[in-house]
Each structure stands twice: as C-alpha cells, then as structure tokens.
Design a protein around this ligand. Structure first.
Ligand code: EPZ
Length: 417
C-alpha cells in the first residue's frame, strides 16, 4: 500500500489541532506485563496500531483472553501451560517483553527471534546478562532460545548501557523474584516510568523511578488493575514538526505531557520556531528567522533518537549547515537517500548527518524503510511542491494510529491505495 500526499492547487492553509494517542513503546511493554497476574487487567489509552494488533494476536495464540475495544484493552491470563511461541514474534521488536513476563508467569519460555525496524542489529545481550543474574538458565535449541529457572532470585544488575528494553524486561523478571533486585544504569525514558507505575498499581514494590538506580523488592503475587498509559511523545513530536513547515500554519497537539518533550521543544526554539506550552497541549508554528543547529541524540532526557529523522526534514528548510549525530542505533539513516532524491542536500559522515538548507523538495516516489524514516518522508511530502508517493506505508501504521484522519484534521490531503 502506498501513501499519496496531494498538493492542493491553491496554497491551502494546513495546520490545526489533533489529539495524541497512547504511547506505542509503553503499550507493547505493559500488555506483556499483564501476564504477571492471574486477575483481570484493564488498560486504557491503548493505541490501535499494527504493533499492538500483532502483539494481541501472539498473546491470543498462547491461549490468553485479550481484547481491544475503543482503545481499552481487557486481559485475563489463562492458566494453560503453553510456553512455546511461534514465528509471529518477529513482527515486532516489543515481543521480547514476553521473555521477562513469561519468566515471572511460569518461569520458562521458548522464544524465537523478535522483530523490529532495520535500524540496527538490536541484540538482547544486556537482557540475557540480567536474566542470568536472576538465576535464569539460557540455552540455544533448534527451536529457539529456552529461558528457564527453578526460582527467580533477586540480584544486583549493572547495565552496560541504559537500555530501555533491558530495563523493562528485567523489571518483569524481578518483581516476583525471591529477595530484592537493584538495576544500576537503568533507562529513565517516560515509558520505563510508565511500566514501573503500572507494576506498582498491581502491588509490586519498585522504588527509584525517574532515576538510573531502581530497587525492586520481590513480592509473592500481583493483583489485577485498571491503568491508563501515557501519551505518545514521539507521535506528538512528529505532528508538531508539521507546524514548523510553513509560515502561519500552526499545529496544536492535545492529550500530551509537555515535560516528555523538553529536549525536542528546546531544539525547535533554538532553530527559531515558536513553541507555546499549556497544561496538556503544545502549539508549534514556524519562526521568521531560522538558524542552523548541531544535535546529538542520547538516552532520555537527551534528544530522542526516534525524533532524529523527523527533525532532519525540518533542518532541510533552515538556511546554513546543521548536523545531527546519532548515538543510539547504527543504521538510522535509511531515509537520507530518499530525502536527497526529493531535493534535500544531506551528507552522511559516519554517524553524523550534514544538512545544508534551505532546499526545495520536489515530491516523487520514495520508500518507507522503517517507522520513523517514514515519518521523515511524510513531512518532506507535505513540504514538497509536487505530488509525493511513499511506498510500503504499512510500516508507518506500526506506530501511528489512524494517520489519514489525523492528517485530515491538519487539512493535509492524503490517501492510501
Ligand atoms: C526502545 O528500543 C524503543 N522500542 C525504540 O523505539 C527506541 O528508539 C529505543 O528504545 C531508545 O529509546 C520499543 O520500546 C519497542 P535500547 P530498544 O534497548 O529497547 C543496543 C521506535 O521507533 N542494545 O535502549 O531496542 C541497541 O541495539 C523504536 O518506536 C544492545 O546492544 O532500545 C541500541 O543500539 C525504534 N544490547 C541501543 O542499545 C541489548 O541487549 C539502545 O537500545 C539491548 C540494546
């Protein structure tokens, strides 16, 4: 399926207000965390996106009751003892959270390779080092990797890197362990804090949220809960970027936590764009005088790697030379070839982009290589003075809920066919 971005004959005003959905990277984790209790769990503000649909289907195939209706998810674990997963795990990266949650649920899981974007090798060695410290044996078999333990025992875990995935997976594997666990150099992304708050709402005893040192006091059982997940800061940043594209065509996003976007918003202001922050909404509009900037992505609260492709398109419109250095993933520049094909002037130097502006973008046919690369090209299509076709847009729908409707609210004419 291709996304077509049409150019209106008249220079139509774009911009408007849209509501942000629940955070993909919280939802994929917290849905797996539901396996840690045999009581009913209700989750609200769950985004209706492909990664969630795929995860729901995997969990259904394992025999559990799970249903998503109007962004509310109902979950009830089945006592069945199936623990062998099939091949559908490779449809999303977040399926690896089933390892930590199944270890907490039934102390074993046979797990095949998880999926994810092509943005890097994305090994799970930090996760596995932590599992071993929690008394888990890990064995490669012909059918996949077998994770097994007689008893989860708390321990001190020092992460080599503040990995979001490893931090969350080790939280799942340690909440029901015997004794206490300390995770040092833990990730502090808002999605990690969301998982901690969710687990504590089920009776877990985790302290240190928003710090790099987490202490998990093992408990015997977790009870059911009703929990609302946080808004998606990356979706918010993606749509706010549209407000920077054309003069006097502001974009407002509601149902958002501005404090989760500080680094991104400060960067927009450093470029010269206008940012107005209210309690749970943000408005961005294009500034009159724009200046180049040098950005380096880093773990939270630094500039988020997921908004790197999005800010890159904005910087093609800034006079002068800007740079973006990517420090988290080794292959996050899949969109640069297509942006240059559209008329951008970007050079890749190792893990740094050298972005010369201001360039005129001319539409054309481009590929959506990964989720955020697709977002970068969408922005470029809106900027272009000619028709743009983005191929394989299904990847985009992995992480953005109902994009066509939201873009329509911003008076951007698109179609998928
Ligand atoms: C999560 O990925 C997000 N995905 C990513 O969002 C996000 O970019 C990333 O965190 C950083 O914020 C989900 O939550 C599903 P990491 P994750 O573990 O957990 C390396 C999006 O577009 N590493 O913090 O995989 C890893 O290869 C996606 O929504 C190891 O080497 O990120 C990467 O280079 C993209 N060994 C770096 O660390 C490990 O065991 C950061 O990875 C784990 C990670």
């Amino acid at each position: 399926m291709d996304l077509h971005i049409y150019k209106s004959k008249l220079e139509k005003q774009i911009g408007g207000t849209i509501k942000i959905s629940g955070a993909k990277n919280s939802a994929v984790a917290i849905i797996c965390g539901c396996l840690l209790t045999d009581e009913e769990v209700i989750l609200q503000n769950i985004p209706n996106i492909y990664d969630i649909t795929n995860l729901i289907n995997i969990i259904k195939e394992m025999g559990h009751f799970i249903n998503l209706e109007n962004n509310t998810l109902f979950f009830k674990r089945n006592k069945n003892k199936k623990y062998k997963f099939n091949d559908s795990l490779n449809k999303l990266r977040g399926s690896y959270y089933l390892i930590g949650s199944y270890l907490g649920f039934m102390k074993k899981i046979l797990f095949k390779q998880c999926g994810g974007c092509v943005i890097g090798k994305r090994p799970i060695n930090y996760h596995q080092q932590g599992f071993r410290l929690l008394n888990v044996k890990i064995k490669e078999t012909k059918k996949g990797t077998l994770y097994k333990t007689k008893k989860l025992i708390g321990n001190l875990i020092k992460l080599q890197f503040p990995s979001v995935g490893a931090t969350i997976n080790l939280l799942f594997a340690s909440v029901l362990a015997k004794g206490n666990t300390i995770i040092e150099n833990a990730a502090i992304e808002p999605e990690v804090t969301d998982v901690i708050n969710f687990l504590n709402s089920m009776g877990a005893n985790i302290v240190g949220q928003n710090t790099n040192r987490l202490t998990i006091y093992g408990v015997n059982k977790l009870h059911g809960t009703k929990y609302t997940i946080i808004p998606d800061r990356i979706e918010a940043g993606t749509y706010l970027a549209i407000g920077c594209l054309k003069p006097n065509q502001p974009v407002t996003v509601t149902n958002v936590y501005p404090q989760h976007l500080t680094s991104f918003l400060e960067t927009l202001e450093a470029i010269g764009h206008n940012v107005t922050i209210n309690h749970d909404s943000i408005t961005v509009s294009m500034g009159k005088t724009l200046s180049p900037v040098d950005i380096t992505t880093s773990p939270y609260p630094g500039f988020p790697t997921d908004l790197g492709p999005i800010i890159t398109t904005i910087l093609t419109q800034v006079p002068g030379t800007s740079t973006l250095t990517e420090q988290i993933f080794e292959n996050r520049f899949n969109h640069i070839g297509d942006l240059n094909k559209m008329g951008a002037d970007i050079t890749i130097l190792n893990n740094t982009l050298i972005i010369n502006g201001k360039t005129v973008l001319n539409g054309g046919k481009v590929d959506c290589h990964d989720l955020r690369a697709g977002a970068s090209l969408l922005l470029a299509g809106i900027l272009s003075n000619k028709h743009t076709i983005i191929k394989d847009i299904e990847i985009f729908k992995r992480g953005y809920e109902d994009p066509i409707t939201k873009l329509k609210f911003l008076k951007i004419v698109t179609s998928i066919n």
